[in-house]
Design a protein around this ligand. Sequence first.
Ligand code: NAD
Length: 248
Amino acid sequence: MDFEGKKIIITGGASGIGKAITEGVVEGKGHAIIVDMNMDTAETVRQHLGKENVSCYKANLADKQATREVFSKILEDFGQIHGLVNNAGVVSTVPFEQVTQEEWDKVIAINLTSVYTAINVLFPSMKANGYGRIVNVASVAAKRGGGLLGTSAYAASKAGVIGLTKAVAREGASFGVACNGVCPSLTLTPMTAGMPEEKREKILATIPLGRGANPKEIANVVLFYISDLASFVTGEISDVDGGVTMDG
Ligand SMILES: NC(=O)c1ccc[n+]([C@@H]2O[C@H](COP(=O)([O-])OP(=O)(O)OC[C@H]3O[C@@H](n4cnc5c(N)ncnc54)[C@H](O)[C@@H]3O)[C@@H](O)[C@H]2O)c1
């Protein structure tokens, strides 16, 4: 896909699905801007893909103020941002009764509030430029109430992401700002690497394709939405889930 001349931010772009998106942006000759809390892995990705093709910014997206500051700084440094992929996230796997207030707040802060903050900082400038492509990574958990990998806090945060995606799409459409979402199911990344074998087997049994996704398979759909190939698509939530959801 062609990203020549485009500057695209990827949160969590240092690992898993985010890393595959970063690689796709650079393959398409765009400039990838990673926002991540782990600068070791981000720098490794940068070295690998070429320093001139990737920039790295450190932020803990659980911290609202730090999140606002980092996106403001990026905007100041780059002038125009063409694309934003809100991909960073954390999973929560405990049953509802064991979800503490602290865990709830953390999951909502990283998975949902940071998505609001990032878009809130960038939206006015995308609107002024008449161009913006936003993609939010939700999860199959948002549509099913969890149950595969993440549970209630995770499902609620990702369902919030879907609502936010559609609202931003609605308000951005007449200004050239598109906003779409993807809902992956089990994807083979560091997030899922430590999962007990028994749980993995149970999850795989619910996926018609019978396997977990390679991160690139999720990235391909995100990259499509970030690219101009998706010029007539906004407010769409794509299941990239091996056939789990199959809704209308
Ligand atoms: N892996 C799956 O099976 C799966 C399934 C459905 C949805 N997802 C979603 O896909 C997205 C990417 O997941 P992944 O599997 O690639 O995860 P991952 O754990 O491999 O990578 C997540 C990245 O986000 C960064 N990150 C996490 N918390 C952060 C914070 N507070 N501040 C800044 N950076 C932070 C990490 O440092 C890491 O680089 C997440 O939103 C996740 O919920 C994943």
